[in-house]
Write a protein that binds this ligand. Structure first.
Ligand SMILES: CC(C)(COP(=O)(O)OP(=O)(O)OC[C@H]1O[C@@H](n2cnc3c(N)ncnc32)[C@H](O)[C@@H]1OP(=O)(O)O)[C@@H](O)C(=O)NCCC(=O)NCCS
Length: 188
C-alpha cells in the first residue's frame, strides 16, 4: 500500500527511503534529542524503528512519516500518528509524536508537520481523538502540544508502562485533542 504524502508550506511528509537510515540513526544517537526518550539508541534499533513505522502504515493507513524540507534538507526527522502499543487508562488511543534533528528545532517545523498529521488523522483516517504524551520536564514537546491547540488532561498523568519503575522519566503527562476541537480550530 502506498504511503500518503502530505505537503505543507515548507515540508513534505513522505515514505521512508534507504537514504534516511543514516541521518535517522544520527539523530537517535544525539543525547540532546533523546534526553527524554531514555537516551540514545544504536543503528540497529534505529533501523528497526523505521521498519516498525512502515509496518504501522501497512496495518493502519497512517503512521510516522519521514519529514523532508524540499530543496533544503532531504531528511530532518519524523512526525506522525500511531496507535499506542501498550495499555494505559486512556488506551486504545492514537498519539501524535515528533522527533527532529537538533539543527531543525526552533523553526516551527515540528508544529507545521504535526498539523498536517492531525489533519490526516481527523479528516482522512476518521479518528475521533488524538492524544500526545511526554514527561513533565519536556517543555519543548509540551509547547508543541499547546501550539497545536491540544489540552492537558490533568487527571491523565500516568506511569509509562515501558519505563522502569522508579525511573525519573516514568511519570508522563497526557494532552488530548478531539475531532471537534480540531474542526473548531481549522474551520473549512
Ligand atoms: C520536541 C521538538 C520536536 C520541538 O521542536 P521545536 O522546533 O521546538 O517545535 P516547533 O516546531 O513548535 O517550533 C517552535 C519554535 O520555533 C520558532 N519559530 C521560528 N520560526 C517559526 C515559524 N515560521 N513558525 C512557527 N514557529 C517558528 C518558535 O518561536 C519556537 O521557538 P522557541 O522554542 O524559541 O519558542 C524537538 O525539540 C525535538 O525533536 N525534541 C527531541 C525529541 C522529543 O523530545 N520528542 C518528543 C518526545 S515526547
Amino acid at each position: 500500500m502506498a504511503i500518503a504524502e502530505l505537503k505543507t508550506t515548507r515540508l513534505l511528509l513522505r515514505d521512508w527511503r534507504p537514504e534516511d537510515e543514516a541521518p535517522y540513526a544520527a539523530l537517535n544517537a544525539d543525547p540532546e534529542v533523546m534526553r527524554y526518550l531514555l537516551g540514545p539508541i544504536d543503528r540497529e534499533k534505529s533501523d528497526a524503528q523505521i521498519g516498525s513505522f512502515r509496518e504501522h502504515f501497512e496495518r493502519e493507513g497512517f503512521g510516522r512519516w519521514a519529514v523532508e524540507v524540499p530543496g533544503v534538507a532531504p531528511f530532518i526527522g519524523t512526525v506522525g500518528i500511531t496507535r499506542m502499543p501498550y495499555s494505559t487508562p486512556f488506551t486504545p488511543a492514537v498519539e501524535v509524536s515528533w522527533r527532529l534533528a537538533r539543527a531543525h528545532w526552533r523553526q516551527g517545523l515540528a508544529c507545521e508537520a504535526a498539523q498536517a498529521a492531525l489533519a490526516f488523522g481527523f479528516e482522512q483516517a476518521g479518528l475521533a481523538e488524538i492524544v500526545s504524551i511526554t514527561v513533565p520536564a519536556n517543555l519543548r514537546s509540551q509547547a508543541v502540544m499547546q501550539r497545536l491547540g491540544m489540552t492537558r488532561d490533568v487527571a491523565g498523568d500516568f506511569d509509562h508502562p515501558n519505563v522502569p519503575v522508579g525511573h525519573a522519566l516514568q511519570r508522563h503527562v497526557l494532552y488530548r485533542m478531539s475531532k471537534q476541537a480540531w474542526r473548531e480550530r481549522s474551520p473549512g
